[in-house]
Design a protein around this ligand. Structure first.
Ligand code: SF4
Length: 209
């Protein structure tokens, strides 16, 4: 199974050499990453990238965010799904980061998951992208593509994560996360995947199709 996983990872990585996070944020600022990922729940990265430049300009630091009124933040993110909840969580998150972690995003996953609006997926994205800790965050694309490739049968994201983490080399978990998302967004669509154009079609069991 590990050999199969490696084949899929090698092939998809060669096919998507530029696979990386598609959210726009200051790469030196984990807080901005947290904001962008939290905003991306149930919405597209493209929609998030439209609102974050003005949002980050209005609230350039955790401190500024912590002092923001939820209503004002709502105004910046109102085009996104669940914007009221997201705005409320982001202000609460900034307050917690400021008060409990002296304005710095913690590197430990368990601590991150206590921050309002930060679930296991967001925490995994942050530790992997901002702090270089091996982790494969599981979103809808990673789960779907992983199942179709026969790498997991699980549907619960934390179980999918555990199984994929055991299959891919530790050092390549972030790479696996990025290529599976790229593949899910470009070829292995939820509906009508483009299997005839797929670089791994010869070895894909196409589970569920
Ligand atoms: S062959 Fe089809 S189901 Fe399998 S990974 Fe490619 S697009 Fe997805």
């Amino acid at each position: 199974m590990k050999a199969k996983a490696k084949y899929f990872l090698d092939t998809l990585s060669a096919y998507y050499p530029d696979a990386q996070i598609e959210l726009c944020f200051n790469k030196k600022d984990p807080w901005q990453l947290l904001v962008a990922v939290a905003l991306s729940a149930q919405t597209t990265d493209k929609a998030v990238n439209k609102v974050t430049p003005d949002l980050f300009k209005a609230y350039p630091t955790v401190k500024k965010f912590a002092k923001a009124s939820v209503k004002d933040v709502e105004g910046y993110v109102k085009t996104l799904g669940f914007f009221r909840n997201k705005a409320k969580n982001l202000v609460a998150a900034a307050q917690m980061v400021l008060e409990r972690f002296k304005g710095k995003i913690p590197k430990e996953r368990k601590l991150l998951e206590n921050i309002p609006g930060v679930g296991p997926k967001t925490a995994a994205v942050i530790i992997a992208n901002a702090f270089g800790t091996p982790a494969i965050a599981v979103d809808t694309h990673v789960g779907r593509v992983g199942r179709r490739l026969g790498l997991t049968k699980q549907t619960d994201p934390s179980k999918v994560e555990a199984e994929l983490t055991a299959l891919f080399p530790k050092k390549r978990l972030l790479e696996a996360h990025h290529v599976l998302i790229f593949h899910g967004r470009r070829i292995c669509f939820a509906r009508k995947p483009k299997c005839l154009e797929c670089p791994v079609v010869s070895r894909c069991p196409r589970v569920g199709l």
